[in-house]
Design a protein around this ligand. Structure first.
Ligand SMILES: [Fe+2]
Ligand SMILES: [Fe+2]
Length: 498
């Protein structure tokens, strides 16, 4: 190989090594590149595990055996003790390059010896071997690369030349630097993952009744996206989510409600239209009303009728305090009851209900929130955006804030917080919206909310799609292709983990 060729090869390998960030792919790439560069028949790569004092066999390739078998044999990683007596161990411990002309003829004064079990098992004949340390920029040995049976132009096995040692050593160092970077990246990713999960769990700890919601929404979203990846026809045939994009979607789903940290607890955990404490006060007041009635009315029949009516009024108020709709007639009755008057023990006149109580029972949205509370609740999405916008996500995860921040946007522009419409809502956010609605509808019974039967939940999803709120194609796929059932099965078999 002349000088120009050498520089060119080095450059090419360097670029390849730095662009591969997945560890196993990187190991395979190093082995492939070295075999091609060195014209040798086999190459193996070991990584040092200092803590366990082991060498882990990470990748290997034997060109002649692969040709003979017609296929690559299945590689299984295994570990060997980090000892001077093996050639790889010796290289890893001392950091020295070992260049052997014939492995079956190693001088007895050497610390190491050749282990011929692989040759016996496969019928292979190992002859020349070059074992080089993978040293990082600080000189630490991260692993060992072993080259076996270098061939000359005519295909004869020859010893590795002395000059060649330096070049391979230098390549092994490049590989070591690439390995350090890939490890750093992986550690970074793991840190991200752990932080996202911890963050997501922290939000849910505030609201025990919806615990696990984000994890389940992440599961559904990921499942929908993976299903889209398999589509060869239909609306999603040209869409493919790479591994990074799938991860981005999963993180966005885990974090979509992170803004709930900014929602006051009484709103977040609100069960009914009036809080339990308010209801206790009302019940108490009705006791006083009854006492007062008994005290002031002496005619038995009239008194009993009054008492019955008071009980009926309270029952009605308690019923209407539960989340759910309230028609104009009901509202009129609440106002009528609320404005009735009674006299307390001090002789002071009061109404059955305070104006504030009447307001809470008759002015509500989404089942049980006052308009002001609902505004606070809706603000969780803006907070999600604010929080996630402040996170310096890597290039592959940069759309997390945008995806998560649009999970309540509806295709027809009726969603919040920005009333974004149609195509302006990323597909990932539309997936998240379907997952979010379905999970919430089918979540198991809560103290204040019964689970909606699955058929009813499917029907609601269908209506929302028909009304132009949710993505019709997504909802149809989710229901008609039984994705919803796969989710429910996984949930009920406790198979949903972050
Ligand atoms: Fe939300
Ligand atoms: Fe949600």
């Amino acid at each position: 190989m002349d000088y120009r060729e050498l520089v060119f090869s080095f450059n090419r390998i360097g670029i390849a090594l730095t662009s591969e960030t997945k560890l196993q792919n990187l190991f395979n790439l190093i082995v492939d590149e070295i075999i091609e560069f060195a014209d040798c028949d086999a190459c193996s790569l070991y990584i040092k595990d200092e803590i366990k004092s082991e060498l882990v066999f990470q990748a290997t390739k034997t060109v002649s055996l692969a040709k003979k078998d017609g296929s690559e044999s299945v590689f299984r990683s295994f570990s060997v003790p980090l000892e001077l007596k093996s050639i790889a161990g010796y290289t890893a411990i001392t950091g020295e390059t070992v260049n052997i002309d014939d492995c079956y003829n190693i001088p007895p004064d050497k610390h190491y010896s050749f282990n011929n079990s692989y040759d016996i098992k496969t019928g292979y004949r190992t002859r020349s071997m070059l074992s080089v340390p993978m040293k990082d920029s600080e000189g630490n040995v991260l692993g060992v690369i072993q080259l076996i049976n270098q061939t000359d132009k005519d295909g004869n096995i020859v010893p590795f030349s002395k000059e060649f040692e330096e070049i391979i050593l230098s390549l092994a160092s490049q590989a070591a630097v690439a390995l350090s970077n890939a490890r750093l990246l992986e550690a970074n990713k793991n840190l991200y993952k752990a932080l996202v999960e911890a963050f997501s769990e922290a939000i849910e700890a505030r609201s025990p009744h919806t615990a696990g919601h984000s994890k389940r929404v992440a599961f559904i979203s990921h499942m929908i996206a993976e299903h889209i990846n398999q589509k060869k026809e239909g609306a999603f045939k040209n869409i493919y989510f790479s591994e990074e994009k799938l991860e981005e979607l999963k993180y966005a789903a885990l974090l979509h409600d992170v803004g709930k940290v900014a929602v006051p607890e009484n709103v977040l955990e609100k069960r009914n239209k009036l809080e339990d404490e308010d209801i206790a006060v009302i019940k108490n007041r009705f006791e006083v009303i009854k006492f007062s009635t008994e005290f002031h009315i002496h005619d038995e029949e009239l008194k009993n009728n009054f008492l019955k009516q008071i009980d009926g009024d309270l029952k009605f108020i308690l019923e209407k305090n539960m989340p759910g709709p309230c028609n104009d007639e009901d509202k009129a009755r609440i106002v009528e009851i609320g404005r009735k008057k009674f006299v307390d023990f001090q002789g002071e006149e009061h109404t059955y209900l305070e104006e504030e109580e009447i307001y809470m029972l008759t002015n509500f949205v989404k089942g049980n929130f006052s308009p002001e509370e609902w505004e606070k609740m809706k603000r969780h999405v803006t907070s999600t955006l604010d929080i996630l916008d402040a996170v310096p996500f890597t290039e592959e995860l940069k759309d997390i804030p945008r995806i998560a921040g649009a999970h309540h946007e509806m295709l027809d522009g009726s969603g919040y917080p920005q009333n974004v419409q149609g195509e302006n809502i990323m597909l990932q956010s539309r997936i998240l919206a379907v997952a979010d609605v379905f999970e919430a509808l089918t979540a198991h019974d809560r103290p204040y909310k019964k689970a909606i039967p699955v058929d009813k939940a499917k029907q609601i999803l269908g209506f929302m799609a028909k009304d132009g709120e949710l993505d019709k194609e997504l909802v149809e796929m989710f229901i008609n292709e039984n994705l919803y059932q796969s989710y429910l099965d996984a949930r009920d078999n406790d198979q949903i983990h972050a």
